[in-house]
Design a protein around this ligand. Structure first.
Ligand code: KIV
Ligand code: ZN
Length: 400
């Protein structure tokens, strides 16, 4: 029987290859100032992420605090449909603590990391190239003794010498790592560089066919999602991301953007994820509610304006064919419907449509009068609500 190629696992009933989604909302996301969550909140979010269909949930950094340990352990106990992962430095204490927290997991993973770039080797670690390799190998070996799945991250990989990075990866594959993560830790990379780096690693790391290449992009220059997609195009088969892109500094690649880009442009990427996309909006709302940080209105995919249209030209187009101004269906990401928002940019077509939905069918002359009063009101108010339209249709003054 042919063995499964870990780079290209088959997707049941689908001709497309699967890209695994590794969600780090509860580790890298929670690490951002102002986003910390209690154990109960993390558990609630973990269950929602599992329902969303992510493959692996990075639940925390068990060595960081007793509470993080307890949160990882509680998630490992409760979540069965996704893998549960704990982060650890390449240090025995971290790795053993992570293993203990993950003991109850149906599918546990230890994620060990060490920095590999010249800057980090010299100023942060004070270690030579060989010392970093030795520490990485020892860490992966110990993790492999304690846990069924081991992921290795070369922190600051994108500022690491490519040949040295390939050497580190070959050594950790030999020691038992089955996922090799390439973090753009400081969000410095461009999509073309990312594509080239993944292509290079696929062609030059000894034993690479035994591992999945993963990517972990930060958004300091606003390119985290573009870089993640470039990595997928070059053959990476795991993406690390957070819901709504929360994370250190400018954040991580946004899960909902990656999932919908891969789905909407499937003909281009030829892959699919296991994300149940209609759950994106409700799950993002839950995160906002838990963290207390509202989603900005113009946020791609899950912002309130993502499927809202105010300009008359756009509304006219939408009324004729939604494809004129929408590339995704709102229900595919969890919105009930598109919204034609009435404001000063709106036109007669949208006004007539809305009035009709409210039960009014003004004749043409009457519509002209209502339209004139509507425009005057919209110039004074940011948004015109249904109650305003009802008042205008009934010839009354709208609330201001
Ligand atoms: O950004 C980073 O390098 C990380 C690693 C720990 C994977 O978060
Ligand atoms: Zn990170």
């Amino acid at each position: 029987m042919p063995t499964e190629d870990p780079q290209n696992p088959p997707v049941p009933n689908s001709p497309r290859e699967r890209v695994r989604v590794f969600d780090t909302t509860l580790r890298d996301g929670e690490q951002a100032p102002g986003f910390s969550m209690t154990r109960a909140q993390k558990l609630r979010m973990a269950n929602a992420l599992a329902d969303l269909g992510v493959d692996t949930i990075e639940a925390g950094f068990p060595q960081a605090s007793d509470d993080d340990f307890a949160a990882v352990q509680a998630i490992a106990r409760e979540v069965r449909s996704a893998g549960v992962c704990g982060l650890a430095r390449c240090q025995r204490g971290d790795i053993e603590t992570a293993a203990r927290a993950l003991e109850p997991a149906a599918r546990g993973r230890i994620h060990v990391f060490i920095a590999t770039s010249p800057l980090h080797r010299e100023f942060k670690l004070g270690m030579s190239k060989d010392q970093v390799i030795d520490a990485a190998v020892a860490g992966v070996r110990r993790a492999n003794e304690l846990c069924g799945e081991v992921e290795f991250s070369a922190e600051d990989a994108m500022r690491t010498e490519p040949e040295y990075l390939a050497e580190v990866f070959a050594a950790v594959i030999e020691a038992g790592a089955t996922t090799l993560n390439v973090p753009d830790t400081v969000g410095y990379t461009t999509p073309a560089e990312m594509h080239e780096r993944i292509r290079y690693l696929r062609g030059s790391v000894r034993g690479i066919e035994r591992a999945v290449i993963s990517v972990h992009c930060h958004d300091d220059l606003g390119m985290a999602v573009a870089n993640s997609l470039a990595a997928v195009a070059a053959g990476a088969r795991q993406v690390e991301c957070t819901l709504t892109g929360i994370g250190e500094r400018a954040g991580n690649a946004a899960l909902e953007e990656i999932a919908m880009a891969l789905k909407t442009r499937a003909e281009l990427y030829g892959v699919e994820t296991g994300v149940r996309t209609p759950k994106l909006y409700p799950t993002a709302r839950l995160l906002a509610q838990i963290t207390g940080h509202t989603i900005t209105r113009n946020k791609a995919i899950v912002g309130e304006n993502a499927f809202a249209h105010e300009s008359g030209i756009h509304q006219h187009g939408m009324l004729k064919h939604r494809g004129t101004y929408e590339i995704m269906r709102p229900e595919d990401v969890g919105f009930a419907r598109s919204a034609l928002v009435l404001g000063k940019h709106s036109g007669r077509h949208a006004l007539r449509e809305r009035l009709s939905a409210l039960g009014f069918a003004p004749a043409d002359g009457e519509l002209e009068q209502i339209f004139a009063r509507f425009k005057a009101l919209a110039d004074r108010k940011r948004e015109v609500f249904d109650s305003d339209l009802e008042a205008l249709a009934l010839g009354r003054d709208a609330d201001e």
